[in-house]
Design a protein. Sequence first.
Length: 387
Amino acid sequence: MQQRIKRHELKPGMFVVSHGQGTFASPVVQVERPLLTQAQIDECVPKDVDDVLIDTSLQIALPGQARPVGVLITTGLGEELPIAKRLYSDALVHVKSFVDDVRRGTDIDYRKATPLVESFIDSVFRNEAAAVTLFKLRGFDEYTYTHSINVSILAVLLGKHLGLDKPTLLKLGLAGMYHDVGKAKIPESILNKPGKLTGGEFQAMKAHPLEGYKIMQKQVDLDPEILRAVVEHHERHDGSGYPRGLMSEDIGRFSRIISVVDVYDALTSRRVYKDAMAPAKALGMMYQWRDKDFPPNAIENFIRCVGVFPVGSFVRLSGGEYGVVTSTSAKRPTRPEVKVILDADMRQQQPRVLDLEALKGTPQAQDIDEVLNPADYKIDLERFFNA
Ligand SMILES: [Fe+2]
């Protein structure tokens, strides 16, 4: 619902549609985004503006702030996706800025990411699918930045499924955001090298957890669990990881969560030197490594959390049509909601959503027959999410 309020009534978390009166002296300026901090309000809404147009249905409740009456606590994917998209864009700006600062040797302040991670947590609590959808829709050229955001969002999601409370999820999300900060010290020619790394290059790459540790340990008020996740996220359950070859319970709980989502995002992301792996295939591979690389039950928990066919999976149904998974639930991991977009001859059709669980036992019942890689079919899934 849109509402006009005075500028001084603006609070962090409000979704500002526009400001201005539509006159020569006060032209209308479209903002169309939630303003999460007072600094963002000051940046986007000039001080001499009298009033602003806000959309209360898109408002985000920030921690420590009463949730305004009338705000939807649980939103549908269609409503949450635009909010999550804006959050993702804000996060991208933030990650680029701290990576650039580290490369230049400028000090960073990890606490600046707090409002962002708090907003991720709110988004995941409103609608888990929106955040999960987003991270598969990003270009491969920005992997260095998107990976940090994806790991942060997925860690929050997995942490929520494991029953962590919101203050702990905030620390976990921050750990995800900064887990690879040490990579900013590694030359991009090594990070994005298309071919096999030489022995020396591989050693340089493996130094990033310790480089990250050196950067993060200078931070003021840093929780030790965050620091452990930065230095331990490449440790493996059987002791085969690096830098210290720690085993099982010697690896911190944040480090164990982040190691799972880190590998999942790396496998399912497209890079200059490889295609993205289909989410279900990546989960299958990780399941095979479950007692070697990851602690017992870690992969099972993650699969319960993202579903056997995670949101964003491109699938062929038993009826022959093709679609994209738009919603999934731990209670029915093999029967998600699928938006059908192509007929059996791969011709585009009017999209319609099938709830495979609801159809179970009816004449229209369908299963997922196969998970496909959309890149092989030159399909732009983002277009269909918004259709
Ligand atoms: Fe890493």
